[in-house]
Design a protein around this ligand. Structure first.
Ligand SMILES: NC(=O)c1ccc[n+]([C@@H]2O[C@H](COP(=O)([O-])OP(=O)(O)OC[C@H]3O[C@@H](n4cnc5c(N)ncnc54)[C@H](O)[C@@H]3O)[C@@H](O)[C@H]2O)c1
Length: 367
């Protein structure tokens, strides 16, 4: 199959749909891969790396879209990209259609078949193509939190791990799912005093046996959170209720009770945030101070480390790309019901029930 990888055009997006190692796997399986010149240049994957892996290089996005049956991207297609898509072509990328009606309508108008990373499911019901980004955000949260705690950055002036004779900083992680676990792992690794709060006792049991005495686990109640937050140096918000806005577990009053220079990192900000005082920020201006507490609420944390994020994402997408290329999308989704969950749009119709309902459009079951 002819597979195309265009350069991402969304502002500050450096990730790319396939890395050279992925290209090589596909070329070895007798597919042809066409990569737009410069597609990976921002993260150290030059045209020469792609060529060495067996890709052909195209000078323009137009050439990539025109020659490819399967387009592999990262971000939702922008309006200019939707115009280049056509019936019979398959697009595999993050779509987030419910968030942008204009883009959804443009994608429908293209007549293309679009499979969204974010709705592909694994047999256990998890979301395998969202997991890598939660892993990145979770690990990053401790790195950015530690940085914010430094005095020169307005922080309380504590080192997460302390030193011999000085107690470590107190880190509280709200939510012990994918991102929360990775945050806890990093904080434990830096020798902080770490507590994870979750409403699932089963999850707390798993974390307890995973980390042993290096981690405290606490059942999620307003009372427990109030006490933990008051004493914390760094609080990471990592809760998720699938399909719903994040619960506001930390109220404004709780934030006021914290010491000046303490830090909140709200990973869940893309679902509205789990601190009452959170508002979305960007990498250009990632933090603000409210009631003396530093808030870091960047909605696309993985964007700060696009090289790591790209490799993590493409590790997870590659088996699906292989299957789509080997079998064609219809056979591929026929064999894998989890991949079928990814089908959002086909031939001008919305084929995912939740997406259709979010957009107020008619849902068409694929026949
Ligand atoms: N900001 C970013 O750049 C970025 C990047 C990746 C993911 N995210 C977001 O991070 C959030 C977490 O993602 P995840 O993959 O870790 O989710 P997850 O489903 O793996 O984990 C969520 C955890 O929250 C727990 N939880 C739910 N309600 C709770 C409550 N009231 N009290 C305590 N715990 C509760 C759940 O039991 C679960 O263990 C999501 O909103 C996701 O979209 C943001």
């Amino acid at each position: 199959m002819n597979i195309g990888v265009p350069k991402e055009i969304k502002i500050h997006e450096y990730r790319v749909g396939l890395v050279p190692a992925g290209v090589r796997e596909l070329v070895d399986a007798e597919h042809r891969v066409l990569v737009q010149s410069g597609a990976g240049a921002g993260i150290g994957f030059d045209d020469a790396h792609y060529q060495a892996a067996g890709a052909a290089i195209a000078a323009s996005a137009e050439a990539v879209f025109a020659a490819s049956e399967l387009i592999v991207k990262v971000k939702e297609p922008q309006l200019a990209e939707c115009k280049r898509l056509r019936p019979g072509q398959t697009l595999f990328t993050y779509l987030h259609l419910a968030a942008d009606r204009d883009q959804a309508m443009a994608l429908l108008a293209s007549g293309a078949t679009a499979i969204a990373y974010e709705t592909v499911t694994a047999p256990d019901g998890s979301l395998p193509l969202l997991t890598p980004m939660s892993e990145v955000a979770g690990r990053m949260s401790i790195q950015v939190g530690a940085n914010c705690l430094q005095k020169a950055n307005g922080g309380f002036g504590v080192l997460l791990g302390g030193v011999p004779g000085v107690a470590p900083a107190k880190v509280v992680v709200l939510g012990g799912g994918v991102s929360g676990t990775h945050a806890a792992e990093m904080a434990v690794g830096l020798r902080a005093d770490v507590t994870v709060v979750d409403r699932s006792v089963r999850r707390l049991r798993e974390l307890s046996s995973l980390f042993g005495s290096q981690l405290k686990t606490v059942y999620s109640t307003a009372h427990a959170i109030e006490e933990l937050v008051r004493d914390a140096d760094l609080v990471v918000g990592a809760v998720l209720i699938a399909g719903a806005a994040a619960p506001k577990l930390v109220t404004r009053a709780m934030v006021r009770s914290m010491k000046a220079g303490a830090v909140l990192v709200d990973i869940a900000i893309d679902q509205g945030g789990c601190f009452e005082t959170s508002r979305p920020t960007t990498h250009a201006e990632p933090t603000y101070v409210l009631d003396g507490v530093i808030h870091y609420c960047v909605t696309n944390m993985p964007g700060a480390v696009p090289r790591t994020s790209t490799v993590a994402l493409t590790n997870a997408t590659l088996p699906y790309v292989r299957s789509l290329a080997d079998l064609g999308w219809r056979n591929a989704i026929g064999r894998d019901p989890g991949l079928a969950q990814g089908l959002n749009v086909h031939a001008g119709q919305v084929t995912h029930e939740a997406v259709a309902s979010a957009l107020g459009l008619e849902y068409h079951r694929l026949t």
